[in-house]
Design a protein around this ligand. Structure first.
Ligand SMILES: [Zn+2]
Length: 378
């Protein structure tokens, strides 16, 4: 189904490129502030420059995408955000060598672009020219500078930068992967704090924003490792949700509307009449389709068949891996292929919270009774 707040601008060799609407807002804001500060010429220059810069970011992302394809890893899309691009690469990088190659390919493209532009402009431009740029030479020189910065910034050995992945992959060759991930995540958090603090010190809102983003993204990577650890030893059957309202492909849209009104769910798994997983449908999909094709049309008409399914006896970590590479939810099926529940990120997080509460050592007896480690002390 349609990605929210992102519009697709084209597809290249099976990878869709999308622009997040906030990026267009940024473009408008930059154009407007250049217009008021330096007139229409300056506005045109700024908008052309930011557009060219983001084209370079797309090429950087395609570096990752093409490297991933060499290993046969699916790369469904690239999304451009105001803070940069993100290529979705459907792999968990169990093989550090693959991660090393894929993570290095993006910065390699940025370095290549910087060199080509430097040759074209006869060197990098003085950043001060950005205030009063003129002509193609400044354009290429500033773009060279931007690509060089992109290259250097991305090589910082911290998540979520490419350097963090290179660092993790390199460390994984020596120590275990979880430790390597934690190390890269901690350097990422420290770096995010440093960038943010510097941004506060010189009162630079964009730097504060970048610092905050780096901190959060680096933390997310560590919490994914913690979650993986918490799920170790559990099967999908232990963690799935089974009291979920499902729709079938032959139901008319009016049934979906009724389900929206009567329950609290705003996304529904859709299965075929035999119970096999088909897709997921959201509140906004349902509302839009109702306006476009009417209440009597079957749900099947608005679905793409993209459901990811796993058997109940598969490990809970497999479900997490599928969720992290874009499946949401994971359909859980029995031996006959019939859907019996789903797994979502929320429900895994909840499972971890409950496990943590049960396992926390407590001096008082608890309602959960079994306290294996306390028994030994007695
Ligand atoms: Zn990159």
């Amino acid at each position: 189904m349609q990605k929210r707040w992102a519009i697709s601008i084209g597809s290249f060799g099976g990878t869709v490129v999308r622009i997040h609407l906030t990026f267009l807002l940024l473009l408008a804001w930059i154009g407007l502030s250049a217009l008021t500060a330096g007139g229409p010429r300056a506005a045109l220059f700024s908008i052309a420059f930011i557009t060219a810069l983001f084209a370079c970011v797309v090429l950087h992302e395609f570096g990752h995408v093409l490297a991933a394809r060499r290993y046969g890893i699916p790369t469904p899309d690239i999304t451009l955000y105001p803070i940069g691009g993100m290529a979705r690469i459907k792999s968990n990088f169990e093989d550090p060598r693959q991660e090393l190659v894929i993570a290095s390919a993006g910065p390699a493209v940025s370095l290549g672009l910087a060199i080509v532009l430097m040759i074209a402009a006869g060197g990098i431009a003085d950043p001060a020219r950005l205030a009063m740029p003129s002509g193609l030479r400044d354009f290429a020189g500033l773009l060279a500078l931007a690509n060089l910065s992109l290259f250097l910034f991305n090589l910082l050995p911290a998540f979520p930068m490419d350097g963090g992945r290179i660092f993790r992959a390199g460390l994984s060759l020596l120590l275990d992967r979880d430790r390597a991930t934690r190390a890269a995540s901690w350097t990422g958090r420290l770096l995010g704090l440093a960038i943010g603090a510097y941004g506060v010190a010189i009162f630079h809102p964009i730097l504060m924003l970048i610092g905050g983003f780096v901190f959060l993204a680096a933390s997310a990577e560590a919490s994914s490792v913690d979650l993986r650890k918490a799920l170790s030893g559990y099967r999908i059957g232990d963690v799935m949700v089974d009291d979920v309202h499902m729709l079938t492909t032959v139901d008319p849209l009016s049934t979906a509307i009724e389900a929206l009104i009567r329950g609290e769910q705003d996304r529904f798994p859709v299965v075929d009449p035999r119970g096999a997983p088909v897709s997921t449908i959201s509140r906004s999909d349902i509302m839009l389709a109702t306006q476009q094709i009417g209440l009597d049309a079957p749900i099947a008409q608005i679905l793409d068949r993209n459901a990811v399914s796993l058997r109940t006896e598969a490990s809970a970590q497999d479900a997490l891996a599928a969720l992290e590479t874009g499946a949401d939810p994971v359909f859980v099926v029995d031996a006959q292929g019939k859907t019996i529940g789903i797994v979502t990120m929320n429900n895994l997080a909840e499972f971890r919270m409950v496990r943590a509460a049960i396992d926390r050592p407590s001096p008082r007896p608890t309602i959960f009774g079994r306290r294996d480690h306390a028994v030994h002390k007695g």
